[in-house]
Design a protein around this ligand. Structure first.
Ligand code: FDA
Length: 306
């Protein structure tokens, strides 16, 4: 793993650094490139803007590793409200949650009940809930809760990370459920025993997994490719055509602030595109992961410093 990536991923886990840097105006200015604001109102307004340009969105409140039941309940209640607001404003928006934000570490069963409340509300309101994938130590529990939620409702999808060596097996076992899967490369620091360390290997596994996922689209799978990698997207377009999957039979999801012109260009070409909009005050760890993905983003930090 490149040194810069390692440094940023290590920084993302430091509470001390978060406390030191989060209130610094230059870092807040730099982070604003990737989030329209800290409050839900800013995210909803941006979802409406994107909707006018033909793009859907996915809303996520930043936060992870919540260990108090009261705090996790508050996160659930926040998202219940978000689902209501999406419906009230007729937005083409879904939500995405991290299970550790919903208290996975404190109590798996309580976390499942919070997830189920969201998935049930989404079913009642015509919404949809995505479950993010976090560090590898949470994968088993995340897939366990996803399977339980999916057995009850179709309004839930899960993210899989192509960098994990185990993901081909996970994908195969999920495909029987006619699942909704958002395939990403993977954003955390993992050992080479667990995740491919080289980008070329990750890209190769991503393409192979994407092919298997596309194959299941006619059998009810929802295939979402969470990537900004345009070369890969072109390969996926070819792979989809070869398998007889029409251009609107799969989706491309990107992060707010990354390749916005390409997001619009893909939508203009008839691709289904959603933009994942993050908001909230707990942005430090998440922003460090964005720097790790592309250390050149450090220039934006330095520019906002001067
Ligand atoms: P790659 O890293 O190869 O980048 C391709 C190109 O995209 C780069 O050359 C650059 O131009 C641009 N780019 C990528 N990242 C950038 C950045 N930070 N800043 C500026 N430009 C950038 N991960 C995870 O582990 N669990 C999850 O639940 C999710 N969820 C998720 C949802 C969605 C909708 C997306 C798009 C991504 C995630 N991720 C994630 C993050 C994912 O794992 C991955 O780290 C990033 O998407 C970067 O990988 P790319 O596929 O974009 O390719």
């Amino acid at each position: 793993m490149a040194l810069a990536r390692r440094v940023f991923l290590r920084a993302s886990r430091s509470q001390w650094l978060a406390r030191q840097l989060k209130e610094r105006a230059f870092l807040r200015r730099a982070a604003r490139r990737f989030l329209p604001g800290e409050d839900l109102g800013a995210a909803l307004a941006e979802a409406a803007n994107l909707g006018r340009a033909g793009l859907g969105s996915v809303l996520t409140q930043l936060g992870e590793q919540v260990t108090s039941h009261a705090e996790a309940d508050a996160v659930r209640d926040h998202y219940l409200d978000v689902l209501g607001q999406i419906r009230a404003r007729s937005l083409d928006a879904e939500i995405s949650v991290k299970l550790t934000h919903l208290g996975l570490e404190a109590h798996e069963e309580a976390c499942f009940h919070r997830l189920r409340a969201l998935v049930d509300r989404a079913a009642a309101l015509g919404g949809f809930v995505w479950v993010d994938m976090e560090e590898s130590r949470y994968v088993d529990a995340t897939l366990r809760l996803y399977r339980r939620a999916r057995a009850e409702r179709a309004t839930v999808g899960v993210c899989l990370q192509a960098y994990l060596r185990r993901t081909p097996d996970d994908l195969d076992s999920l495909l029987r459920l006619a699942p909704a899967i958002r395939l990403v490369k993977g954003a955390y620091s993992e050992s080479p025993a667990i995740a491919f360390p080289r980008k070329a290997e990750v890209d190769r596994q991503y393409a192979a997994l994407a092919g298997r996922l596309l194959h299941q689209v006619p059998h009810g799978a929802r295939a979402v490719f969470g990537t900004h990698d345009l070369r890969l997207i072109r390969r996926l377009e070819v792979a989809a055509a070869e398998r007889g999957v029409p251009p609107n039979g799969y989706e491309i999801h990107m992060l707010y602030g990354i390749r916005p012109e390409d997001q619009r260009a893909l939508a203009a070409r008839g691709r289904k595109v959603r933009v994942l909009i993050s908001y909230g005050t707990a942005w430090f760890a998440w922003y460090m992961r964005r720097l790790a993905e592309r250390p050149a983003n450090l220039w934006f930090v330095l520019r906002s410093l001067v």
